[in-house]
Design a protein around this ligand. Structure first.
Ligand SMILES: O=C1O[C@H](COP(=O)(O)O)[C@@H](O)[C@H](O)[C@H]1O
Length: 324
């Protein structure tokens, strides 16, 4: 049973274990698939790798079977991929092909083996007709202990990417160093984004994330303490740059008039110049409403969050649970 707080559009649910989180996540996938079908769309879903593969491989197939749903119309892509041979244990596509796909009914989903930007322009057009930026119905993203999501790492210049929809990274702090990843513009364009974090190693980053979002929601003009802390083993501002940039996915059109001062506040002296204020943070200041999380401040608790705007898309979900 999940402990859930926050308005329906921005819900935080805490699951006692991944065993309980998994079925809820599977239900969410089916709900989004049904919503896409109801809207006359093919269901497009992007999946991260890492620990998520096991959760989905365990809990999605039984949910699909008991709902008697056919995944034949689904389009499945990967939020990021490590550039290793498909049979390598680090390959995200390889892991899904080995663990999840054989457990789904036949015919299974259409699988994009590389994110659309890596494909020729003609093929991208066919996959996401009429969309400059692919609008996924659902992105299921993991969160690393350092706050990375997909292969978007805290403090990495890739967070500033605005043009590409898929970008290469050759210096990933987490091995393997060479990867490709969906960029923030794609994350921000999705109809719903689910962040899944399990295990104690994620507790610290989720705590910072939650606290910052609360601060932002109370007073979007001040990111508060820690945000100008450039020292220490963890650059909290950068961590939040990733995390809050992701939370932007929820949000509203940007207000052009917002200045960097507005985002960093004046409490810690002179605000940084616009250049030193990451776009993801500028955007994060516009996250509306309240994100609550029961117990999420406790370092040993992790959270399941569902964040969605009151009107229309996109919606953001974060899921987490202590490790089994
Ligand atoms: O390197 C990666 O890490 C994240 C988080 O992985 P996890 O095993 O800690 O859940 C993952 O979401 C991403 O796809 C992957 O490339």
């Amino acid at each position: 049973m999940a402990a859930t707080t926050g308005p329906a559009s921005r819900r935080v649910s805490v699951f006692p274990s991944p065993q309980e989180l998994g079925p809820a996540l599977a239900q969410l996938v089916l709900e989004r698939a049904a919503a896409a079908g109801g809207g006359g769309r093919r269901f497009s879903v992007g999946l991260s790798g890492g620990s998520l593969v096991e959760i989905l491989a365990r809990d999605l197939p039984p949910a699909v079977a008991s709902a008697a749903v056919s995944p034949a119309g689904w389009l499945l892509a990967f939020c990021d991929e490590r550039l290793v041979p498909p049979e390598h244990p680090d390959s995200t596509a390889g892991a899904y092909k080995a663990q999840l796909l054989p457990r789904l009914p036949v015919p299974g989903p259409r699988v994009l083996t590389a994110p659309p930007r890596a494909a020729p322009r003609r093929r991208r057009r066919r996959v996401f007709p009429g969309e400059d930026i692919p609008v996924f119905d659902l992105l299921v993203l993991g969160v690393g202990p350092d706050g990375h999501t997909g292969s978007l790492f805290p403090g990495h210049p890739l967070l500033q990417e605005k043009e590409k929809i898929v970008a290469a990274i050759t210096d990933s702090p987490k091995p393997p160093p060479e990867r490709i990843t969906l960029t923030l513009p794609v994350l921000n364009a999705a109809r719903m984004v689910v962040f899944v974090a399990t295990g104690e190693s994620k507790a610290a980053v989720l705590k910072v994330w939650t606290q910052t979002v609360r601060r932002l929601n109370k007073n979007p003009r001040c990111l508060g303490q820690g945000m100008s802390d450039r020292e220490g083993s963890v650059n909290r501002r950068s961590v939040l740059g990733t995390v809050c940039g992701s939370l932007l996915l929820t949000a509203q059109p940007r207000r052009r008039s917002l200045s960097p001062t507005a985002h960093f506040g004046r409490r810690r002296g002179k605000p940084p110049s616009r250049r030193s204020c990451p776009a993801s943070l500028r955007a994060a200041a516009l996250v509306p409403g309240r994100v609550g999380s029961q117990g999420a401040d406790h370092p040993r608790r992790e959270t399941f969050r569902l964040v969605e705007p009151t009107a229309g898309r996109p919606r953001v979900t974060v899921t987490a649970a202590p490790a089994a």
